[in-house]
Design a binder for this molecule. Structure first.
Ligand code: NAD
Length: 346
């Protein structure tokens, strides 16, 4: 049986803990801000070593979702669910049905979705206990849409740098060619880019190389490649005080979340004259696509049209960065804050 406890956390609208001794898990839902609409964010499952680790994660991630959803101008707020469980031991069906019951207690103020270690199948079990779940409808796998959004962001960045969004002949170094990086590589290849790619998983490089001409690079060296665009599409934190001075590119744009290890790294990129497309602006295509299924009438063409507007957002960030002489990372945060701090009239 789920047992609930409401926690008070400054800066967050609602944080609730759920314990279930029978199924053997704890979970937290954090609703950071709902000024633009109900909070949408995935359900992350992790075998967190401590309760503090889980709480820190859910707070950080839910806040990040407010910024991402706002900057994408979605009628959605930011929230997240973090589940502390050992997936090797737990009854997976019982776990996700219980998570669904937990989500239902928020009565729609939080909408969940698949995330790290939770799948579309898991969301079907969540759906047995609540209707407040996305990614079980027609929108499907978000990755192709995330990759398309990054592609639109890259084009907008290019237009800003050189007045043209032509990709042919440009050199792009992609860090991580999984679900999103691999798809981005295919899009860029179709427009004539010269691609360099690194991945810790050789199978992903092999699969990609069957379709696309790539130069395979050591993962430790991919950020050092001489190129026009460096595209981080693996894990977070790969842009930091150690790697940024080694970059040899004009622009950074990729799908990975939390690319900057520290907020000051945005200033460092700016000082070096490297155009940084803020990660949560570039990688919003997946969440925009998911949002298109929430009213029950999903249309892929319309979703792509909305995702393409990422290019307009990127243009605004770059223009404001130029006129205000502030790093793009700072400008994106300010723009998101402008968009979520005022409550949107219903
Ligand atoms: P994925 O696991 O399919 O692909 C990531 C790839 O990066 C893997 O092939 C992995 O082997 C590789 N990798 C890991 N560390 C590496 C390193 N140090 N050097 C080189 N390669 C490395 O994941 P994904 O769905 O493509 O997501 C990639 C990033 O994009 C993540 O940060 C994710 O949070 C973010 N993101 C994804 C989506 C989406 O729709 N999938 C949406 C928004 C953000």
């Amino acid at each position: 049986m789920n047992r609930y406890l409401t926690l008070t956390v400054s800066g967050y609208e609602e944080v609730v803990r759920c314990n279930n001794e029978q199924v053997d898990f704890s979970a937290w839902i954090a609703v950071h801000n709902t000024n633009r609409g109900p909070a949408l964010g995935g359900c992350r499952v992790w075998n967190y070593s401590t309760v503090d680790d889980a709480v820190t994660d859910v707070l950080r991630l839910s806040k990040g979702m407010t910024y991402k959803n706002s900057l994408a101008r979605l009628p959605l707020g930011g929230g997240k669910c973090a589940v502390r469980a050992n997936l090797k031991k737990v009854d997976r069906v019982a776990l996700f049905e219980s998570v669904g019951e937990f989500v239902e207690t928020l009565e729609g103020r939080y909408i969940t979705a698949e995330d790290v270690n939770s799948t579309l199948d898991d969301m079907v079990h969540v759906q047995r206990s609540t209707t407040h779940v996305a990614t079980v409808g027609a929108s499907g796998n978000p990755s192709p849409f995330t990759a398309y959004g990054v592609y639109c962001a890259i084009k907008a960045g290019l237009r800003h740098i050189c007045g043209s969004s032509t990709l042919a002949g440009l050199r792009v170094a992609i860090q991580g060619v999984g679900e999103t990086g691999g798809r981005l590589a295919r899009l860029l290849d179709s427009e004539g880019c010269i691609l360099m790619a690194a991945d810790l998983n050789p199978a992903n490089l092999y699969e990609l190389s069957k379709e696309v001409d790539i130069q395979v690079i050591d993962p430790a060296a991919i950020h050092r490649c001489r190129c026009d665009i460096f595209s981080p599409c693996a894990l977070g934190g790969t842009l930091n005080y150690r790697t940024i001075p080694e970059l040899q590119c004009l622009m950074v744009a990729g799908s990975a979340n939390n690319q900057l290890l520290d907020p000051l790294d945005g200033h460092l990129l700016d000082r070096l004259g490297i155009v940084y497309i803020p990660d949560y602006a570039a990688n919003a295509g997946g969440i925009i696509n998911i949002s298109c299924e929430l009213d029950g009438s999903y249309d892929e063409a319309l979703a792509r049209k909305r995702i393409a507007r990422i290019g307009e957002t990127v243009k605004e960030i770059l223009d404001r960065s130029t006129t205000s002489n502030r790093p793009t990372s700072v400008v994106a945060d300010l723009m998101a804050e402008e968009l979520f701090k005022l409550k949107v009239a219903a």
